[in-house]
Design a protein around this ligand. Structure first.
Ligand code: 9MR
Length: 573
């Protein structure tokens, strides 16, 4: 299998901010500098220079050179870049509008992933469908769901939330980080100097809650928070206050499958300490953010967060096992000390109470170097607490040190971006890319962006903007990983709903859908067959069957939303 990688000059296929950094990568045999030309849509050369040889890049195995045309700052569309006899796909200069669209599309993506509500074709043209999992035949859930055998003898109404990814499972661990990142996208507008709250206000996204005077991004996060609240074990039951880890089908289903047509029995899986702390953290975060808009909901969130945190303290080591992976993902985690830190941090920020502050400062995560090359994610959440302690006002005695730790972490990621000839913000020490690597790239960019918000130092902002180039086409595959953005964009991601590749009467995933991205471990049969021996950047195929390289997921679109929102806020054309 040899992928079609198109022209050897690799650019951000969406475009560059007029006032931002502008870099490209040339795949070539040449080891000495080559002349390059930037051409306008009309074909005239508007800038030129020489490439910089970068040698053989370990992430791709390619000999590459880089182009820096940052000095050219005139807006326009249809530019091309030529070097070594090859011409790039066309791109824009002055891409702010594209990033505004990316912000809106990436965030509006969550509405069409909603469970338990009919998706309106008027709101999401082409994506209307019946409500999924409201107990209407052939669905068997989620309004009255039993536990797995032997787990509990009550039933719960766990309707709502988002479908996690290409499957119809709903997982509290992963719902947590995704809801957090949507709320954080909003909370950033309260703390970052250059942010634009009006871009996330009521009426900005494609969702049904317009006119309720609540920012749309919070309405979307609330859809998941309400589900997570329903997953909490009721008072009077064993393990009251703990939170069920997940609800999903008894067995895996095939593709495509409309959620409303899923005939599988649904089951509640056991509570876990990790899920309980995901609710504690996000409900505490939500309590402070919803307070101005819906005091009763904010109070309910805070009460649930307190109950959950207390339950987790009482049951600190109930771990979701890796073996529980039939019919849904395991989301296993055998170390929840980082979730304890995150939850304590959110509770402390929202309440100011000493007990939570003491839990924060006593945690090993409070002073640990948490900004590792691998980055944070659903399983490692300490960074979520640290980032909020750094950005959201609070009374921590060592707050300056906390803020400095984020800046120091960001410097590491910035060095990674600058060292890689494709500007990749992710360099795991194993040398291998993991499942959902694109989300790791983005989560690292969140840290760099936060350092910009904390310091105003332009290097950090430029690093984030350059880091986006990789996801939007400046890479070994010449692949934009976001549907609808760029000439050569992913559009066959693994999903039961938008399975156009399998049934052409179904749509492709909506614009703004992020693919999981290259995964060196080739954990699905198609990838294993096609991609054996791949260098990290080549471990990807835009095929619906490759769930380990090409799925969609809520925790991936949430970080895309955060970073797209940050870049859109930079303006600069
Ligand atoms: O994103 C998850 C990744 O970190 C894990 O390595 C992988 C295997 O356990 O699971 C991924 O999450 C999937 C989940 O288990 C089920 N829904 C789809 C998710 C995205 O692929």
């Amino acid at each position: 299998y040899v992928p079609d990688t198109g022209p050897r000059v690799r650019v951000n296929q969406v475009g560059y901010l007029a006032g931002g950094p502008k870099q490209a990568t040339v795949v070539t045999d040449a080891t000495t500098p080559l002349p390059w030309q930037l051409r306008s849509a009309a074909g005239s050369v508007v800038a030129s220079g020489n490439t910089v040889p970068r040698g053989v890049d370990a992430t791709s195995g390619q000999n590459v050179q880089t182009v820096d045309f940052s000095a050219y700052a005139t807006k326009g569309t249809g530019f091309t870049l030529t070097a070594d006899g090859e011409t790039s796909v066309p791109f824009d200069i002055g891409a702010n509008a594209a990033y505004e669209k990316l912000r809106t599309d990436a965030l509006s993506w969550f509405y069409v992933q909603r469970s338990g509500i009919a998706i309106s074709d008027a709101i999401a043209p082409g994506y209307g469908r019946a409500a999924g999992h409201l107990g209407v035949a052939p669905n068997q859930g989620d309004t009255d769901v039993p536990c797995q055998a032997g787990v509990c003898d009550y039933r719960l109404d766990v309707r709502g939330g988002w479908y996690d990814a290409g499957d119809h499972g709903k997982y509290v661990v992963n719902g947590g980080i995704a809801a957090y990142q949507l709320m954080s996208t909003f909370e950033r507008t309260k703390t970052a100097a250059n942010s634009r709250p009006q871009s996330l206000a009521d009426g900005t996204l494609r969702l049904p809650e317009h006119g309720n005077a609540t920012p749309d991004v919070l309405d979307e996060a609330r859809w998941e928070l309400e589900f997570m609240l329903r997953m909490q074990v009721p008072a009077g039951q064993p393990l009251a206050g703990m939170v069920h880890h997940k609800v999903h089908d008894q067995n895996w289903t095939g593709l495509p499958l409309d959620p409303a047509a899923d005939p599988q029995p649904r089951e509640l899986h056991p509570p876990s300490t990790a899920a309980t702390l995901n609710l504690a953290a996000t409900a505490a975060q939500g309590a402070r953010l919803f307070a101005p808009y819906d005091k009763a909901f904010a109070d309910k969130l805070l009460a649930a967060a307190r109950t959950a945190y207390a339950a987790a303290l009482a049951h600190p080591a109930i771990y979701a096992p890796a073996s529980d992976g039939n019919g849904g993902g395991a989301y296993d985690d055998a170390d929840v000390t980082d979730e304890f830190y995150w939850a304590a941090a959110e509770l402390y920020i929202s309440t100011g109470e000493k007990a939570f502050r003491d839990a924060v400062t006593a945690s090993k995560w409070h002073t640990a170097d948490i900004f590792k090359p691998e980055g944070f994610g659903w399983q490692g959440t300490a960074a979520l607490g640290r980032l909020d302690l750094a950005t959201v006002p609070n009374g921590l005695p060592d707050r300056d040190r906390v803020r400095q730790s984020v800046v120091d972490g960001a410097k590491g990621y910035l060095a990674t971006i600058n060292a890689n000839p494709y500007g990749i913000a992710y360099a795991p020490s194993s040398g291998k890319y993991e499942w959902g690597s694109n989300s790791s790239v983005l989560n690292n960019l969140v840290v760099v962006a936060t350092a910009y918000d904390l310091t105003g130092a332009a290097d950090f902002r430029n690093g984030v903007v350059t880091g986006m180039d990789y996801l939007l086409g400046r890479n070994a595959l010449n692949q934009s990983y976001v549907t609808g953005f760029g000439e050569r964009a992913s559009q066959n991601q693994h999903t039961r709903i938008y399975a156009h590749q399998l049934n052409q009467s179904l749509p492709h995933p909506p614009n703004g859908s992020l693919a999981g991205g290259p995964n060196s471990n080739l954990q699905d049969p198609l990838a294993a067959k096609l991609l054996a021996g791949c260098a990290p950047q080549f471990c990807y195929v835009d095929d619906i069957n490759s769930y380990s390289t090409n799925e969609i997921a809520i925790n991936w679109n949430s970080t895309l939303s955060w970073v797209a929102s940050f870049v859109a806020d930079q303006g600069e054309g």
